[in-house]
Design a binder for this molecule. Structure first.
Ligand code: FES
Length: 163
């Protein structure tokens, strides 16, 4: 299958594919791989393997290098992100103050695992390692809003704020 067909298999419009090619062309060398991926992440909302293959085909950058960058930085996702991004801190301070229990509660409430999104596109759940607000441990962050000293019984109420 041609890379372009694979990109279209994600139901991207022709306009999106053209814009994707424009971004790839603009950052057409390895030194600009990260800015290229950032722009694609912002534009599409994710950088799936099919898009990585297209970048490799058009730039000559190896698929392994591209995959390595996408999978290393939490900023990039290979699945579309939901409307709201939940991050539970599992850094040391948060972990010892109940962060793991908060993470378990979110998984059981939303019926998703780390890195997954709810089928209704409402939440994407991601892990984090210290937001630098350890005095507020355990910390939960939704769309950049920090909730500190979170108790298990607070989780449902916090989630209910995001539709
Ligand atoms: S360990 Fe959670 S904010 Fe620092």
């Amino acid at each position: 299958m041609e890379a372009s067909e694979k990109v279209k298999s994600y139901a991207f419009s022709e306009e999106q594919v053209n814009k994707l090619d424009e971004i790839i062309e603009k950052h057409h060398c390895q030194a600009k791989l990260i800015p290229m991926l950032e722009e694609i992440q912002q534009f599409l909302g994710f950088v799936p393997v099919e898009v990585q293959e297209r970048i490799a085909q058009k730039t000559g950058i190896s698929e392994n290098d591209i995959y390595g960058v996408v999978s290393f930085y939490s900023y990039f996702t290979m699945e579309p992100r939901a409307r709201h991004r939940i991050q539970v801190c599992l850094g040391t301070a948060c972990y010892v103050k109940g962060g793991k229990e908060i993470a378990d509660k979110i998984e059981s409430t939303l019926q998703i695992k780390l890195g997954e999104s709810t089928p209704d596109g409402r939440f994407t759940y991601e892990e984090a390692r210290c937001f630098g607000t350890c005095g507020l441990a355990p910390v939960l962050v939704v769309d950049g809003t920090v909730y500190g000293k979170v108790k298990l019984e607070d989780v449902d109420e916090i989630l209910s704020r995001y539709e």
